[in-house]
Structure formats: C-alpha cells, structure tokens
Write a protein that binds this ligand. Structure first.
Ligand code: UDP
Ligand code: MG
Length: 307
C-alpha cells in the first residue's frame, strides 16, 4: 500500500487549520488503497497554531507536526517537511485551502498510474488577489522566463505531488538560499500539469507584504540567473561609448566644460553604485552559503516523529 505525505507549512494559521484538516482528511480517506500522513510545519507562529497542532496530533495518528524556534519562512518549512516526510509520494499544500484538496486524487492517479514523477497544480488566474500584486507577480514571471534557462511560469506554484525519487533529488540540494520553484525545475523529472482556478483564502490573511514579495522575487532571480551580470557588462560598454560621444560633442561645440563634467560624473557614479549593488547580491549569496548555517531550527515535534 502506498503512503502519501502531505506537507503543510503554517505561519499563524489558527483560523483556517480546523477547516483545512477536515477537508484534506476527508479527501485522503476517499483515495483507495493508500495510507497517509499530514505533516504540519509550524513556522514560528505567534498565534495558537501550535496549541491546535499539539491537540490534533494527539488525537489523530495520521497527523504529525514540527515546530520551528522562530519564523524561518515558507521555503525553510517546505524543506523541513520534505526531510521529515516518509511517504512514497509527497505533496506540498498551503494551509489556507488555496490549493484545492479535490485535486489530490487526480494527482495521485497521475504519479501512481500514468507514470509521471510529479503532478503539479497550475493556477490559471489570480482571482481574489489585489490588482497591483497581480500585475507585479505577472511581470516578475515574464522577466524570469526570459532570463532563466529553466521553466518557472506564472501560476506554477509549490502545490504538487512528487515521487520519492524526485523528493530525494530535491533533498540533495542543500543550498541556504532556497527558491523552491527554481529547485523543482532544476531537478527535472516528468511533470503533469493540472489547471485550477484561484480561490480566496478560506480564512486568515496572506503572510506576505510587498517588501517580502519583492525580496522573494530578487531571491529567485539571483539564485537562478546570472543574466544581470551580463547586463552590467553590456550597459558598461554602452556607457563608455556614450561618454566618448559626449566628450567629442563638447570638444566640437564648446559647451560649458563644468556642465558636461557634472552631468557625466553624476551619471557614472549613480550607475556604478547600482552595478556594485547587483554584484554585491551575488557575493552576499555566496557569503551566506559559505557559512553553512542550518536552514531551520526545530524547537518541538509531535511524539511519533523521529529522525
Ligand atoms: N507560510 C509559512 N511561513 C511564512 C509565510 C507563509 O509557512 O513565513 C505559509 C502559510 O502559512 C501558508 C503558505 O505558506 O500555508 C502560503 O502563505 P500565504 O497564503 O500567506 O501566501 P499567498 O497565498 O498569499 O501567496
Ligand atoms: Mg495563500
């Protein structure tokens, strides 16, 4: 009998967890010839998420939890879940029911019967999300698509069921700066996509603000693309040519030397600062990797959870 592990990263999700548990359990019970575990990763919640999980895991032997010592972020929570899960197939799902549980059955069929290594949900719209966030996310994925060699399309999130082989491949990637959408794409394997419509959160509110989303976007870009460094080179060459033209122009038409100089200095120094910042991004990534800090720190786990 195959075992399905469902990984659920939770950060302050007390409002939605009871409903999530009820719906996901019901769906899993209906899939024939499987056993399952639901593995909640409490990512340093400050509400009653952990209290709820403690009680739930005592009552239901299918449920386990890991609780972090602080908020390490969803990427760390997903990594911890993948490490602790011992199922033949592993699914990652958001706690807010934005990843529809009814797709689990179809996903299981795809990986168990149709020979796929992975079956992933693809959100075809962004109903229920703000217009500005919608626009910015969409633009980000468009840029990523252009500058990365890997397939990271809009709507292709973390909601997916993977074979044990694929999970093990992802666990081999031990980098500190994690961007799961990129890692899924990096490891490859045959993926079936099933489309679904976005729904608003069942309860609670989104844990991301614009600042976090922006730095997450940069994380994705700097972790998976070195294109900005190439841009720097190209822009640098262009600037050199332009400045030579300006100087020649000044020599021919006798404009005020001071004006020319100030324009040039301001322009070039601004540009240099920008370039140094971009190069700095890559260097700091390397700096964090070289420290080999743990990706997360566990404070508490449910009783049955070993490893
Ligand atoms: N999450 C997490 N740690 C964080 C932020 C979010 O574990 O620091 C979890 C959250 O509890 C939820 C999932 O990641 O289960 C997606 O978060 P959210 O719904 O806030 O993101 P959105 O759907 O708005 O992108
Ligand atoms: Mg959500």
């Amino acid at each position: 009998m195959n075992k399905i592990s469902v990984i659920v990263p939770c950060f302050n999700e007390e409002e939605v967890l009871p409903l999530f548990y009820q719906q996901v359990k019901q769906t899993l019970e209906r899939i024939k010839n499987i056993t399952y575990e639901i593995l909640f990763i409490d990512d340093g919640s400050s509400d009653h998420t952990k209290d709820f999980l403690r009680i739930l895991c005592n009552q239901d032997q299918h449920c386990e939890f890991v609780s972090f010592s602080r908020n390490f972020g969803k990427e760390a929570a997903m990594f911890a879940g993948l490490k602790k899960a011992n199922g033949d197939y592993v699914v990652i799902m958001d706690a807010d029911l934005q990843h529809p549980p009814y797709l689990l059955k179809e996903m299981y069929h795809a990986v168990n019967q149709e020979g796929y290594d992975c079956c992933a949900g693809k959100r075809v719209d962004r109903t229920g999300e703000g217009k500005l966030r919608n626009f910015l996310s969409h633009s980000f994925y468009k840029i990523m698509q252009k500058i990365c060699k890997m397939d990271m399309s809009d709507g292709a999130g973390d909601f997916r069921m993977m074979s044990r082989q694929m999970v093990n491949a992802i666990l081999e990637l031990k980098e500190y700066n994690r961007y799961m959408k990129g890692l899924f794409s990096f490891v490859g394997f045959d993926t079936k996509w099933i489309e679904y419509h976005n729904v608003a959160r069942a309860a609670g509110h989104s844990k991301w603000n614009f600042r976090q989303l922006f730095s997450y976007a940069l994380e994705g870009m700097f972790s998976f693309s070195t294109a900005p460094v190439v841009w720097i080179g190209n822009i640098g060459c262009m600037i050199m040519i332009i400045s030579i033209v300006i100087i020649l122009f000044g020599l021919v038409f006798h404009t005020s030397q001071f004006f020319k100089l100030v324009c040039l200095i301001l322009f070039l120094s601004g540009l240099q600062m920008l370039f140094v910042a971009i190069i700095g991004q890559y260097t700091t990534k390397d700096y964090l990797e070289s420290k080999q800090r743990p990706i997360y720190i566990v404070k508490e786990t449910s009783k049955n959870l070993t490893q």
